[in-house]
Design a protein around this ligand. Structure first.
Ligand SMILES: *Cc1c(COP(=O)(O)O)cnc(C)c1O
Length: 314
């Protein structure tokens, strides 16, 4: 979030406007909305998978930044980075991409035209769920003022110990991502065929609306997926009690599988204050709520067996 704050503060000034994904990392969604109060920066949330919506949201002369997240947390929408980069550059705005879920192994947004890439190092890059950090990647002229102004004002500096943990974790990122993705595809397919599961959102599944784009833009599909079941709230408390291998907890990108229930009413009243049309779209994907599952590096057969055991009881 320090990395996100640095990019927002470094690129926007009072009176500017930002176009932002309607559904993405909750902390960033809340922060960007709050810029109206704190900095007089207006933001327009749009479904960034719909390029016409992105174009229509641009306010010529005042839109200075487009902020996208792909794949997005928790709906796993896939946004076309190259196409949005073209919209950004033709309207004089910069493009920032939160690529935390994809990781640098799957997607290289700078090569597709992004100006800034933001990663939470706390997730796949660190990979062990034991250190918090972030990174901003971009051209050195763009990063210069973030280094000299935002880093100092906001103090977003890693402690040496966290930097060491993250660098040590990052050494195995390529092999971990390969395994994470293979595991997630197996779990996503298993869940798709499970009688208790209504819907699975995972870009690696051929029925996912972003699948073809993901195949072009990602070299693997990472390991974040969401799924819905009937009576999700009851299932969530069962999971919190009964899961053994999988942790019932927030976050993602750990070697350990993490699952968490995201009830739609709560998401729409706290993180995403969407207009009726976008809220209806959220409900269309998420129903009353979804389980976000960040598949870890455990034996995939064990994970399927455990999910089956918990899902089959209610
Ligand atoms: C977790 C996360 C963040 C924030 O990262 P922190 O390291 O917790 O500050 C930002 N974006 C995405 C997509 C995330 O998953």
């Amino acid at each position: 979030m320090a990395a996100t704050t640095a990019v927002l503060h470094g690129t926007l000034k009072p009176g500017d406007h930002v176009v932002v994904s309607d559904v993405h990392y909750a902390g960033a969604a809340e922060l960007i909305r709050s810029l109206k109060q704190s900095m007089n920066v207006d933001s327009t949330p749009v479904d960034t998978t719909d390029l016409h919506s992105v174009e229509r949201a641009i306010r010529p002369g005042s839109t200075k930044l487009i902020w996208i997240e792909t794949p997005s947390n928790p709906l796993l929408r896939v946004t076309d980075i190259r196409a949005v980069a073209e919209i950004a550059s033709s309207s004089g705005a910069l493009l920032a991409v939160d690529s935390t879920v994809a990781t640098p192994i799957a997607t290289r947004p700078i090569e597709l035209g992004a100006d800034f890439v933001v990663h939470s190092l706390s997730k796949y890059i660190g990979g062990h769920g034991d250190a918090i950090g972030g990174a901003v990647i971009g051209a050195s002229n763009l990063l210069q003022s973030l280094r000299t102004v935002e880093r100092i004002y906001f103090g977003g500096v890693l402690s040496p110990f966290n930097a060491w943990l993250i660098a040590r974790g990052a050494a195995t990122l390529p092999v971990r991502m390969k395994f994470h993705s293979e595991n997630a595809l197996q779990i996503a397919e298993f869940l798709s065929h499970h009688p208790k599961v209504d819907k699975v959102l995972y870009p690696g599944l051929s029925n996912h609306p972003g699948h073809e784009l993901a195949r072009r833009q990602m070299t693997c599909f990472s390991s974040l997926l969401s799924f819905s079941v009937a009576n999700g709230a009851i299932m969530a408390s069962r999971m919190a009690e009964e899961l053994d291998i999988i942790h019932y907890a927030v976050s993602l990108g750990s070697y350990r599988s993490l699952i968490y229930w995201l009830p739609t009413d709560e998401m729409l009243s706290t993180a995403f204050l969407l207009d009726d049309r976008l809220a209806a779209k959220y409900r269309e994907s998420a129903g009353d709520g979804i389980f976000r599952l960040a598949v870890g590096l455990e034996d995939p057969d064990d994970l399927c067996e455990e999910l089956d055991r918990v899902l089959s009881v209610v």
